[in-house]
Write a protein that binds this ligand. Structure first.
Ligand code: GLC
Length: 623
């Protein structure tokens, strides 16, 4: 029996003048022929495997050959720790992900490429040989991989006001990713952070929609001019929609605003991402006026896919479907709800077998129409064809030497320098060479602290987590032979003989809800003691704040001679030193309003509140 797709496929092939001699038989029955890289063993080059055939015709042909199990598998994304390569083939798994920090051993670029290829060969062992996609959170460089270039987090990139730079960062990130095989990036986060107490504020480019919208150039960098080009990965606009607007900045909370405000503040970056051809959109854990986004058919199907015309595919967040009812277990009802809402692929890291069984049952009893399954598959398969995965399913290891290379680190250093925001300066900056400089602070000589969350591990951590240059090392390099640079983490040993002191302090790494700070944004005692020790010496003190957001420092600012918001600069600490010594003029401008007092949160441009520093504020040297 010819499915509708079979007839459509034959028609399309005939219309293209292609020999439709092939018997578009029942699923997984292929004409005999010679095997090839992307060709099923023992099968001839059939339309869906022929790159000369238009994408839509290839997808039609493939759909016409797929069984229900093939289609259910394509909508399933499992986490690497809970699936084997053999299962990837047996269950026709469409995608596998690494959750934050979920890395192969050894965690090296080659180790990643070996892991990717093993899973891919597993997926290709299925009869139709549909390649899987591998997704990671490369949110500031290919940050799960030890040795990768770690760029500033988005809040710092928002301070640069430089969309072209952000595009180049996307291209460099894609280069380092594809070298390891990975072909899908859960980035950019285009959230609009409205309350700095939110643990994901640093993943936002800024508090007004214009900034994340402008920085969707990251999508162009990641995907390349056209999907499937050299070093092209699928980008993801996330998290749809309103994740940055929840009450009290609570991660995964409820965004209680009118549709007018939702459309004015949180939707524009997605409109721009869709306009730029983003390949996927990830749904937010948060709710809108009490309705979970994972169950919001109006916004996902009617607005995103209908009104905005999004033709890529929608992926759930991690176990997001299982949380629709507020409880952690996955239910058949939640599966049906999510798929009928318009979610095309479900990130179901551990319970993926349960998901497939539930969805099969829901299709068989008609709760989920086959048309919805086919639409989801069409969207997913179109991206796989466009990415060129059928032709080049395995890692292209020729790019391995780009991981952490000098060119990418130089780009990151430039991004760091452009992201620094000078908020106060009584003349202690720029630092003068040839004198004595005292450096202190727990964030001065620590790659982990200056990189923040989503660095090698999900939460990030202090310490030598990955190769790079600390801010102290950058200061030492910039100071040169004519200067004397002393360092003590606590500031002990400083005396009047020093011309300037630099205190590098701020926040310890965190990610997501672990970074929610509903109780205030003050500096902690350790940092305050360090600064006080420096001030007691009478030496002018420049404070460099390494944090994922504005902190509550108004009451201390009077005693500081200079303040630089450094954000979370990543592995290239020299970029901070470039600004401190004036080798790069400070040009960064606040991407978020800086509160006078933590109790002012949420505080944003135009809300009538009186901040310490307004959105867009930033000083430079000599003017
Ligand atoms: C996380 C995050 C999301 C990320 C996903 C996969 O919980 O919300 O941003 O892409 O899971 O790691």
């Amino acid at each position: 029996m010819h499915s509708l797709f079979a007839k459509a496929a034959r028609f399309r092939l005939l219309a293209l003048g292609l020999p439709a001699l092939l018997v578009l038989g029942p699923p997984a029955v292929l004409a005999l022929g010679t095997g090839g890289a992307g060709t099923p063993a023992g099968a001839s080059a059939v339309p869906y495997l022929d790159p000369a055939v238009p994408v839509a015709a290839r997808v039609d042909d493939l759909l016409s050959r797929m069984s229900l199990d093939d289609k259910l598998g394509q909508m399933t994304q499992a986490e690497r720790r809970y699936v084997t390569p053999a299962e990837a083939g047996k269950y026709r798994i469409g995608s596998i992900l690494s959750a934050g920090g979920s890395a192969p051993k050894p965690n090296t670029p080659e180790g990643w490429a070996d892991m990717y290829d093993a899973f891919q060969k597993g997926a290709l062992s299925a009869p139709l040989r549909i390649p899987m996609m591998y997704g990671v959170d490369a949110v500031h460089g290919d940050n799960n991989v030890v040795g990768a270039t770690i760029f500033p987090h988005n809040i710092g990139l928002g301070a640069t006001r430089d969309p072209a730079l952000v595009r180049d960062i996307g291209a460099a990130t894609a280069e380092e990713m594809t070298a390891t095989g990975v072909d899908w990036d859960f980035a950019p986060c285009v959230c609009v952070a409205r309350d700095d107490r939110w643990g994901r504020t640093y993943e936002s480019f800024g508090e007004v929609p214009e900034l994340p919208s402008a920085m969707t150039t990251l999508i162009d960098g990641l995907q390349g001019g056209k999907l499937g080009g050299p070093s092209s990965v699928l980008a993801t606009a996330k998290h749809f929609v309103g994740d940055g607007g929840t009450e009290d900045g609570r991660d995964r909370g409820d965004t209680e605003i009118s549709e007018k405000d939702l459309r004015a503040v949180h939707l524009p970056p997605f409109q721009e991402a869709v306009r730029r051809g983003v390949g996927s959109v990830m749904v937010s854990y948060s709710s809108w006026n009490g309705v979970k986004m994972h169950a919001n058919r109006y916004l996902i199907t009617d607005v995103l896919k209908g009104e905005l015309g999004f033709t890529g595919f929608v992926v759930s967040d991690y176990e997001g479907v299982g949380r629709i009812d507020g409880k952690p277990d996955l239910t058949k009802e939640e599966v049906a709800k999510a798929i009928n809402t318009g979610i095309d692929m479900v990130m179901v890291p551990e319970k993926w077998k349960e998901f497939i069984a539930d969805l099969r049952a829901e299709v068989k009893d008609g709760t989920v129409p086959m048309a919805r399954i086919d639409d989801a598959n069409r969207r997913i398969l179109t991206k796989k064809v466009q990415l060129g995965l059928f032709e080049r399913p395995l890692a292209d290891r020729s790019g391995l030497r780009t991981v952490g290379n000098a060119a990418h680190r130089a780009l990151a250093r430039r991004a760091v320098a452009e992201s620094q925001v000078l908020l106060k300066n009584e003349g202690v900056l720029p630092l003068r060479r040839g004198g004595k400089i005292f450096v202190a602070g727990r964030s001065a000589d620590d790659i982990g602290m200056q990189s923040g969350g989503w660095t090698v591990t999900w939460q990030g951590s202090p310490g030598k987590t990955t190769p790079g240059t600390t801010i102290l090392e950058g200061i030492r390099q910039a100071a040169g032979e004519t200067s004397k640079v002393a360092y003590d983490r606590d500031g002990k040993g400083i005396d009047k003989s020093y011309g300037a002191a630099v205190a590098v302090v701020g926040e310890k790494p965190y990610a997501e809800y672990h970074g929610d700070r509903p109780d205030g944004l003050a500096l902690d005692d350790e940092d305050l003691k360090t600064i006080d020790r420096l001030r007691a010496s009478g030496v002018p003190v420049a404070v460099v704040l390494v944090s994922g957001r504005p902190l509550d420092i108004a009451s201390q600012l009077g005693g500081w001679n200079a303040l630089v918001a450094s954000w979370l600069p990543g592995t290239e600490g020299e970029g901070v030193a470039d600004v401190l010594f004036g080798d790069a003029r400070p040009a960064g401008r606040l991407p978020v309003t800086w509160p006078r007092d933590g109790d002012q949160e949420p505080i944003n441009a135009g809300d009538g509140k009186k901040p310490l520093f307004p959105f867009g504020y930033g000083l430079t040297y000599g003017g």
